[in-house]
Design a protein around this ligand. Structure first.
Ligand code: THU
Length: 137
């Protein structure tokens, strides 16, 4: 299986592990790093609705635990018929670790619906480089 297909399979497998009893909208995400490793995550909700975590956030945490820091590709699959894009907060979280040109693969029912660059989803992002030279350094 080629690496991107593995990434998509990982996102789909993660979606089936989602804990989304409140929204009933299971999401799966997977990130591929510069080393070729793949880390996946699902959304995990709880009774205090706003406190749940997104699939992308879970995937990033799994990556960080493994000591990886550079994301080249992201795949996300939502709980509805249409492909979804990562929420605003997750775009920022992904941007923190994104390699130049990092791509986001939006999965639909029958494979990749669309592939966009993360910078298209979060143009002119505030990032780690903006802190350089700040008064706090
Ligand atoms: N959700 C994600 O996990 N990722 C996204 O990109 C969009 C939304 C989750 C949050 C919540 O558990 C459910 O989907 C409905 O918003």
């Amino acid at each position: 299986m080629d690496p991107l297909t593995q990434l998509f399979e990982a996102a789909l497998a993660a979606q089936s592990a989602a804990y989304a009893p409140y929204s009933k909208f299971p999401v799966g995400a997977a990130v591929m790093t510069a080393s070729g490793a793949i880390f996946s995550g699902c959304n995990v909700e709880n009774a205090a609705y706003p406190n749940g975590i997104c699939a992308e956030t879970a995937a990033i945490a799994a990556m960080a635990i493994a000591g990886e820091r550079r994301i080249t590709d992201i795949a996300v699959v939502g709980g509805g018929a249409l492909a979804i894009t990562p929420c605003g907060a997750c775009r920022q979280r992904l941007m923190e670790f994104a390699a130049a040109g990092a791509q986001v693969h939006l999965l639909g029912r029958s494979g990749v619906h669309e592939t966009v660059r993360l910078t298209e989803l979060l143009p002119r992002a505030f990032g780690p480089g903006d802190l350089t030279g700040s008064a706090g350094e």
